[in-house]
Design a protein around this ligand. Structure first.
Ligand SMILES: NC(=O)c1ccc[n+]([C@@H]2O[C@H](COP(=O)([O-])OP(=O)(O)OC[C@H]3O[C@@H](n4cnc5c(N)ncnc54)[C@H](O)[C@@H]3O)[C@@H](O)[C@H]2O)c1
Ligand SMILES: O=C(O)[C@H](O)COP(=O)(O)O
Length: 315
């Protein structure tokens, strides 16, 4: 009997092709709304990206669900606890976008630290004379504090090390890496640049709040390519306005999509991209293909990529 997969969002063509060619798989989509109850009742696996919600309502509607999969890494749009209670395997593609997100984090860090945005705008606007007042500093010999040393955090650490930075990190427990593990408070107080690579969950939402920002050096830059909600927006804007923090670079607005008058987006000390760091041609394909292969393996009773079943991991 065929297994039934529901796609909540479009996926890379190469991954779609794997599903189309699989003779043991029937594919349904929810691009224009959920299919009728009789279809949902026979769905074995649901696949989403960052927008489609695998929530309690969907889990209720799909009583035969075995797998809830995310093309990519972040599982903040998946009700992980609810799914776990129903013995639904929550699956992602660990490491599939680590290099490209790490590159993006380093790019934002250099843009801010070297004041490149202003330098480029000066030339574009014909203000060559601005070079006489130009100020910036290199990242070499500065201390980079990494919050969350998983696949992306570790890539960032390696690139930063090659740039001559001193890397420290905070994680739930020390790891077997050549970087110093410190408390969150020590990291906040000593880092020249902080890069956030934590998942968004109940423990990390608003982690960078007024109290945390009170600890950082006024010259500190915060880079966030994880999720905007890990940083409290009001506290962040206040810290930028009062000189408590020198700059913020992020790939993720605090409440996407941002309003037209969002105080952070317009802030002269903030550089925000529209959640694009995974969207290179190579990585978009890889994260969708890896996820689909993991789902197919589980449905066929084969071994998926190690560590991809999130609710079986000790996080
Ligand atoms: N901007 C983007 O397009 C993009 C792309 C990929 C991932 N992300 C985000 O980045 C996050 C990290 O990705 P990753 O691939 O490095 O994930 P990962 O699972 O490899 O690493 C996350 C790390 O955070 C640690 N952690 C989890 N909860 C913690 C807590 N409460 N306190 C301290 N440490 C904790 C884990 O132990 C792990 O080391 C994702 O969850 C996702 O939200 C964003
Ligand atoms: O968590 C992830 O893997 C990234 O945020 C990618 O998200 P996207 O699928 O929305 O690009």
């Amino acid at each position: 009997m065929k297994k039934n997969i529901l796609l909540l969002e479009t996926i890379a063509e190469e991954a779609n092709q794997l599903l189309i060619e699989a003779e043991d798989i029937e594919v349904y989509t929810a691009f224009a709304g959920l299919p009728p109850a009789e279809v949902l009742s026979k769905i074995d696996a649901v696949i989403t990206r960052g927008l489609g919600q695998v929530n309690q309502q969907l889990l209720d509607a799909c009583p035969n669900l075995q797998v809830a999969a995310r093309c990519g890494v972040g599982l903040d749009n998946v009700a992980v606890n609810e799914a776990s209670l129903r013995k639904v395997k929550v699956v992602n593609a660990p490491g599939s976008n680590a290099s490209t997100v790490a590159e993006h984090a380093i790019a934002l860090m250099l843009m801010l630290q070297r004041n490149l945005y202003q330098a480029l705008n000066d030339v574009k606007s014909g203000n060559w004379a601005a070079r006489s007042t130009f100020k910036s500093d290199e990242v070499g010999e500065k201390t980079l504090g990494i919050l969350g040393l998983g696949n992306i955090g570790l890539k960032v650490a390696k690139i930063a090390e090659a740039l001559g930075m001193n890397v420290i990190y905070w994680a739930k427990s020390p790891k077997d890496v050549p970087y110093q593990h410190v408390s969150k408070e020590e990291l906040l107080a000593t880092a020249d640049i902080i890069s956030i690579h934590l998942p968004l969950n109940a423990e990390t939402e608003n982690l960078i709040n007024t109290e945390a920002l009170a600890l950082v050096k006024p010259s500190c830059l915060i880079i966030n390519t994880a999720r905007g909600q890990i940083v409290n927006k009001a506290a962040l804007v206040d810290a930028l306005n009062t000189g408590r923090l020198a700059g913020y670079g992020a790939d993720v607005p605090t409440s996407p999509p941002p309003a037209a008058d969002d105080a952070l987006i317009a802030h002269p000390k903030a550089l925000i991209t529209a959640h694009v760091s995974s969207l290179t041609a190579t990585t978009y394909k890889n994260m969708c293909v890896s996820t689909v292969n993991n789902v197919l393996a589980i449905l066929r009773g084969q071994a998926p990529q190690p560590g991809c079943i999130f609710n079986l991991k000790d996080l």
